[in-house]
Design a protein around this ligand. Structure first.
Ligand code: MG
Length: 163
């Protein structure tokens, strides 16, 4: 078993779409970013890479590389999913927290879980997505930024010839 954790933060800008876990959430503000700004997927990617000790998101997808300009973060997550598999790991479970002032995420949590499950090709029951407000405090509480945290547990895959 191997544990990993990830964190990310993005500025919130008027008129940008708010992507979380590959789902567009109705909001007048969304994340700035070189990609679609999906702060939840970015934290999750860093947790997956951390668990496998394979570096971080910036090493695999440099912001200076125009190939990743405006790319959907779900595509980045698919790449990391394949990398994790190639390195002989399976995902046991994922726990995440999104911290933002608004909108309330409760109506979208199940869609976000399903989207991550689809992208990672694992059961939705293995994925937890929680949301918190910052109680009006700091840049997150003022709606100027959004943060996400992720924890991941990986297990070494059992080789097929053993099954
Ligand atoms: Mg990011």
């Amino acid at each position: 078993m191997r544990i990993g954790q990830g964190w990310d933060s993005h500025r919130m800008l008027e008129g940008r779409p708010l992507y979380l876990g590959g789902v567009v959430i109705p909001s007048h503000k969304g994340e700035s970013g070189h990609s679609d700004g999906d702060v939840l997927i970015h934290a999750l990617i860093d947790a997956l890479l951390g668990a496998a000790a394979l570096g971080d998101i910036g090493r695999h997808f440099p912001p200076s590389d125009q190939a990743y300009a405006d790319i959907r973060s779900t595509i980045l997550l698919e790449n990391i999913r394949d990398l994790i598999t190639e390195n002989g790991y399976v995902i046991v479970n994922i726990d995440t927290t999104v911290i933002l002032q608004s909108p309330r995420l409760a109506p979208y949590i199940e869609d976000i879980r399903s989207s991550i499950a689809r992208t990672l090709q694992i059961e939705v029951s293995c994925i937890s997505v929680k949301a918190k407000s910052a109680e009006g405090l700091g840049p997150v509480g003022q709606g100027e930024s959004i943060e996400a945290q992720a924890a991941v547990l990986l297990a070494e895959a059992v080789p097929e010839l053993w099954l």
